[in-house]
Design a protein around this ligand. Sequence first.
Ligand SMILES: [Zn+2]
Length: 161
Amino acid sequence: MKCMKQAIILCLLLGGCDISIGDGGTPIVARCGMTFDPAPALLEATEAAATRWSAATGCDVRVEAGGVPVRFASAEERGGHQAAAVRNRVTGEWSVGVAPSLLRWTAETLLTHELGHVLGCLGHTTDGLMAETTTLYAPIDASALDCVCSSLACALFAPEL
Ligand SMILES: [Zn+2]
């Protein structure tokens, strides 16, 4: 059923990444802020990623109940990749799923990448944090900000580089 389909952005550390964006790629966010609601074990990594995006964009990116869910997800839900940002075609709602086995530092890098998708970067950049093949500890670079701020109403443009 069409209503069950989801647009999926699958991202893989040190590997390939498949993208499928629904609804014609229309901007999802036209405001300067977003909240994420992580599972307890992902709280630290999600807060770290949110804090980095807040500093880079000048937007209010934070952890709060009722925000975009960030949770552990099965390999099937992740499309076999280590992390995925998934947008429901019908509701437009996002969720972020990561592998239960991810170490904290891996989770922070991947969550920073996935949060970037939710915040407004619907594709990938040629290199850096928002590249298909991101690298551990990748900073929020200018190309990542360009991509995110194409949809998010960024108040700042302050790459970590
Ligand atoms: Zn990605």
